[in-house]
Design a protein around this ligand. Structure first.
Ligand SMILES: Cc1cc2nc3c(=O)[nH]c(=O)nc-3n(C[C@H](O)[C@H](O)[C@H](O)COP(=O)(O)O)c2cc1C
Length: 337
């Protein structure tokens, strides 16, 4: 199993829905939602890529770091490296029905688990989507984090408790899916959540609570006040609102404001180990990776996901040696030029 074969198979199976470009940057697929692109002009997706590219790394090799430490613990979950497989739902619509939801979530959960990291599962207009994720988490011995759409607050609590019963170590809500029309059209209304809603969810659930889709300091503060355990600085891979900044641009401000009050995660445009290191130097404790893992899953199931994960982890290790970063838990902001 090699990367070229995985990408070739994924390209064939995706039938033009995703061109599997040499660099996954949101240019060709702008506006292709459903599909793999960013919404509208595709600017928010491209901003993620450009923001990360705008940060440069300091090359340092006069030091003693030859075996950096990559292992970390995020929300009590032990990881071989600070990388998490992002939730991707709607495989039929977005990914040319190249797999069904259960096969896809299974590939993400077990492919990530084999690489020593953890994957997220999603939610969608059909109840089977969330159920498929829960099944994958259960089958994977609890190695998965279900992410729930911003539904009616009582229903979120119910679904979070189902996630806990399936053995999940944490759950999330992708709060930035607040205007997702395909949910509302299917009679599954979603919408924004008030700080009181977030507090209610935290009070009535028993595993760590992640709020995914935070892009401003004031909303990060609100999540701290509500007692959330983590946020994901994310614009949903540029698929929620057109013209947002890139996540790497806003991340340092958010990370500095919240400090140690909750765990800051980030995603959007992470394509290499160097990108992972940049996000950590900008203040994230771990990153989520979306489209690259989706291509791995479509190209070769769980083995494809493991292959991509191991490649990212090997690149991260090399980037740590080449920046003199001894421990992934204490990445210095001076790693950035
Ligand atoms: C096709 C597609 C479907 C997605 N579905 C979901 C979803 O169901 N739930 C969710 O929280 N995020 C979803 N996302 C967003 C990802 O979890 C993640 O935030 C994003 O893909 C990260 O950016 P990247 O793909 O550039 O790594 C989706 C993204 C894509 C591309």
């Amino acid at each position: 199993m090699d990367l070229q074969t995985v990408r070739k198979t994924a390209r064939e199976k995706l039938g033009g829905v995703c061109r599997v470009c040499p660099v996954c940057d949101g240019v060709i697929c702008a506006g292709e939602v459903p599909g793999m692109g960013g919404v509208g002009t595709g600017t928010a997706f491209r901003n993620n890529i450009q923001a990360l590219a705008g940060f440069k790394l300091n090359l340092r090799t006069v030091h003693h770091v030859s075996q950096p430490k990559l292992a970390c613990t995020i929300l009590g979950i032990k990881l071989s490296a600070p990388v998490i497989g992002a939730a991707i739902g709607g495989i039929a619509l977005n990914l040319n029905a190249a797999m069904n939801e259960r096969e896809y979530t299974g590939a993400i959960v077990s492919g990530c688990s084999r690489a020593g990291i953890i994957g997220m599962t999603g939610d969608g207009p059909k109840p089977e989507f969330f159920a498929a994720g829960l099944e994958a988490v259960r089958a994977g011995g609890g190695q998965g984090i279900p992410v729930i759409k911003p539904r009616e607050t009582g229903l979120i609590v119910e679904m979070a408790n189902q996630a806990a019963a399936a053995g999940a170590p944490a759950f999330g809500i992708d709060i930035d899916a607040a205007a997702l029309m395909n949910m509302t059209n299917a009679g599954q209304p979603v919408g924004p959540k008030t700080p009181a809603d977030l507090e209610y969810i935290k009070k009535h659930t028993r595993i760590p609570f992640i709020v995914k889709g935070i892009m401003t300091v004031d909303e990060a503060e609100a999540c701290c006040t509500a007692g959330a355990d983590a946020i994901v600085v994310s614009n949903h891979g540029g698929r929620a609102l057109d013209h947002t900044p890139g996540t790497a641009e806003v991340l340092p401000y958010i990370a500095e404001a919240v400090g140690e009050r909750l765990t800051v995660l980030a995603d959007g445009g992470v394509r290499s180990g160097a990108d992972v290191l940049k996000m950590l130097a900008l203040g994230a404790r771990a990153v989520l990776v979306g489209r690259p893992f989706a291509l791995g899953a479509i190209g070769a199931g769980d083995q494809g996901v493991t292959l991509i994960a191991n490649k990212l982890i090997a690149e991260l290790q090399a980037a740590m040696i080449l920046t003199g970063t001894a421990d992934i838990n204490t990445v210095s902001e001076e790693t950035i030029w």
